[in-house]
Design a protein around this ligand. Sequence first.
Ligand code: PAF
Length: 289
Amino acid sequence: MRVIATIEEFRAARAALHGTVGLVPTMGYLHEGHLSLVRRARAENDNVITTIFVNPTQFSPAEDLARYPRDLPRDLALLEAEKVDLVFAPDVAEMYPPGFGTFVDAGPITAPLEGAARPGHFRGVATVVCKLFNITTPHRAYFGQKDAQQTLVIRRMTLDLNLPVEIVVCPIVREPDGLAMSSRNVYLNPEERRAATVLFRALQAAQDRFRAGERNGDALRAAMRAVIDAEPLARADYVSVADLDDLHELEEVTSRALASLAVRIGTTRLIDNCLLEVRGERREARGER
Ligand code: PAF
């Protein structure tokens, strides 16, 4: 496994790869969720590239860029064990040199939910992912369903800009108690960690109501909010039952919907989601949309 920090050196190493390339873009501090993407990429491609870059343009000034967890030696050991071929780990100046001025805006899909709560976030995500696609020129790129809106933004950008990359979305990986794996889980103290299961419990409440026949969007959102409100350490940022394609809030779920939520546990903001589907709920487990 080669670890490369400059675009020029990376392009040379990429040019020497033969066959298909699967890309797993990450911000590091890897967990089983990331590794599930790497394994899927390994299974489906001749070569696997992982990028590790904590992208400053997707953090607002009020967010956790400075304290975002980092552990490059540990990340590299994990990737080596997964037989990754190339790791691209640039610094900020390599990705955003003086004079950098071009950004990618994927349009209305960036507006609701995470986009409303984190202005500018998806502009930073789309920009860095577009740059990473151009630098690594993968055949396929792997993203986690946990960041559901991010996957829609990246699909939109890929389609709109005619980027020759297949986007593969992989299922959420959860801790045994249901908490979705996230690098930010490390911020939680033991009491907060216990409270953080509220996200999964709220989604389960929506799913239970849905399976019992509830199709009203407000009722499903209220079911999630009631679970969050009952947890003293939790504060809901939003709860949503939205259209799977454009994320507008649904009055009634006719076939499928994305139930999603963002919750603050102390100072840590966590997100999670699940698919609500009239028939075949098992599709979510296979990461299909
Ligand atoms: O999902 C992430 O870790 C990041 O948003 C990504 C896609 C690596 C872009 O910085």
